[in-house]
Ligand binder design. Sequence first.
Ligand SMILES: [Zn+2]
Length: 212
Amino acid sequence: MKCVICDKRKPKRYCPAKRASICPVCCGEKRGVEINCPPDCRYFVEGQKQHHKKIMQQRIRKEGAGSYVRRAELYKHNPEIFARLEMVFAAAYRSNRAIKNEDLVSALELAGKTLETEGKGLIYQHRSESSSANEISDNILAVISQYKDTAEIGENRVTLDYATAVIEEFLNEANFYMENYSNPSSYLIHILRYYPEEPQERAEKSGLIITP
Ligand SMILES: [Zn+2]
């Protein structure tokens, strides 16, 4: 018996997505990225928990606890905007697996610069040579504008300073992954794992749902 993914190593765990046994290496590398793990798979849940803990410890070791406290405070103020931005990153990577951490970093930098210009009372959208970075930046700014410029959003409304701080925080996190992980898309993979594909999308892809 061999792992149904790599066909090399010994299968040691049952994968509910593949409906077969796979090896721990394939599970660890591909879970939530190339394997559409159901969110209740215990290997998936446990793997996410371990990863989260590891990253937190590494960041605290490198940057001190201050950076973590700052992130927690920003997050507490508006968890929704964090989730919406992460969904933008996940969607970008899901639709184009060639996107790298550095594209996301330029997108965040462009969005940050555009907000900074806005703070000076000017409207100017900064662009780069990478079309993916431009596209992600547009989507980031669209989410931010929804929370910053729409009165109907109520108590979830954010200031320009807050939005800038959130962008800064994502930049720190993306840079941390770039410095510590060799996979050029490591940060995007990390984000994608938090936003598994909807069952609806999966069914559409596999042709189970026929749209008129
Ligand atoms: Zn394998």
